[in-house]
Write a protein that binds this ligand. Structure first.
Ligand code: NAD
Ligand code: IPM
Ligand code: MN
Length: 355
């Protein structure tokens, strides 16, 4: 029997609520497989910081390294909660995990679902949206130094540096080409090389150079501002998008907004070298506005668990869960799901899986 050792970080707000449903679905999916998951829960996040003063200790990081994968909910406080300084949880914990575990590829798939209404015209089963954002995960403005001089004066200066290394750009671009090769063979580089000329040049040259090893993949380029137009007016033009950490963050909140909502958006933070566990997390955050009400949509967490199953080589289980989720979303699109609680949604996925 194949046993996988999974770390679980529920986090804050709706994080633990949606992760509980993902685990329910995972257990149901594995019941008919010769694989078993053991789970170890880690208490981390804003609440944990408020009680312990710790974001991510070296000890916790070491313990996490020993797992096969990390199932992650969401972390972060209500932006209006003045007890928690802005950015401390995000930078020290979430980015601390992505950077230390070298999650260089942040995969964020987007697709339209049969029956689920997109706010866009012209999206239907015959003309679906289906693209994958390959977001760089360890560099860009997220990783650079910054500074604040003369705070609070009229002469204040704030800087944020974007870090782009040849190594970092090349590995994410190569990964994206491989994925495009396995999909519809179309890659779009998104950047802002008309203004960010230093990093833009590095990204553009790297993409052109890597493209030579992938003659079957057609590639093109869009400035990020124009990419937002295309994403709304003609999202079917995209297959794989490769982009920097910050542009990728923004585009992948827009992407689910055109297909069915942030509650459906899954992601995987991948260590492509296999030197540390990868992490599977919804795109959304802790949603303080709906936390504790048992109304959060667990679909994004469940679909992130699907990415985890795939990553662990459990492709059959992944496909079964994905099919069940799609069928259930379609059913809800007919019947309406507005009154359903978070756990009722999880139960419905499980029931669908067991049919
Ligand atoms: P958010 O994603 O938490 O919420 C944005 C909006 O989407 C809210 O109206 C929320 O109710 C809604 N929403 C999000 N997930 C939903 C779900 N599953 N079902 C239904 N509705 C959902 O973003 P925010 O409000 O900008 O951030 C809140 C906190 O989360 C902040 O502290 C932020 O730093 C943190 N954050 C964490 C992560 C993460 O852990 N990966 C990601 C984004 C934001
Ligand atoms: C995300 C989040 C994070 C990011 C924040 C909370 C650090 O918005 O996962 O999309 O910007 O990457
Ligand atoms: Mn984001």
């Amino acid at each position: 029997e194949n046993t996988f050792d999974i770390a679980v970080i529920g986090g804050d707000g709706i994080g633990p609520e949606v992760v509980a449903e993902a685990r329910k679905v995972l257990d149901a999916a594995l019941a008919s497989e010769s694989a078993e998951f053991t789970y170890t829960e880690y208490s981390l996040g804003a609440e944990h910081w408020l009680t312990t003063g710790e974001t991510l200790t070296e000890e916790t990081l070491q313990a996490l390294r020993g797992h096969d994968a990390i199932l992650f909910g969401a972390v972060g406080a209500d932006p209006l909660d003045t007890r928690v300084p802005s950015g401390i949880i995000e930078r020290e914990l979430l980015l601390g995990l992505r950077f230390n575990l070298d999650h260089c590829v942040n995969l964020r798939p987007t697709r339209s679902y049969p029956g689920v209404v997109s706010p866009l015209r012209g999206v239907d089963e015959a003309n679906p949206i289906d693209f994958l954002v390959v977001r760089e995960g360890t560099e860009g403005p997220y990783a650079g130094n910054g500074g604040l001089l003369r705070r609070g004066t009229d002469a204040e200066i704030a800087t944020e540096v974007s870090v782009n290394t040849a190594y970092g750009v090349r590995r994410v671009v190569e990964d994206a080409f491989h994925r495009a090769q396995a999909r519809d063979k179309h890659l779009t580089l998104v950047h802002k090389n008309n203004v960010l000329t230093y990093s833009g040049d590095l990204w553009t040259r790297t993409t052109a150079a890597v493209a030579e090893s992938f003659p079957e993949v057609r590639w093109d380029y869009l400035h990020v501002d124009a990419a937002t137009i295309h994403m709304v007016s003609n999202p079917q033009r995209f297959d794989v998008i490769v982009t920097d950490n910050l542009f990728g963050d923004i585009l992948t909140d827009l992407a689910p907004a055109i297909t069915g909502g942030i509650g459906l958006a899954a992601s995987a933070s991948i260590n492509t070298a296999g030197t540390a566990p990868s992490m599977f997390e919804p795109v959304h955050g802790s949603a303080p506005d709906i936390a504790g009400k048992a109304i959060a949509d667990p679909t994004a967490a469940v679909l992130s668990a699907v990415l985890m199953l795939d990553h662990l080589g459990l492709g059959d289980a992944a496909a079964r869960v994905e099919t069940a989720v799609h069928a259930q979303l379609n059913q809800w699109a007919q019947d309406g799901a507005s009154g359903l609680s978070t756990s009722q949604r999880g139960d419905a996925f499980v029931a669908r899986l067991n049919r």
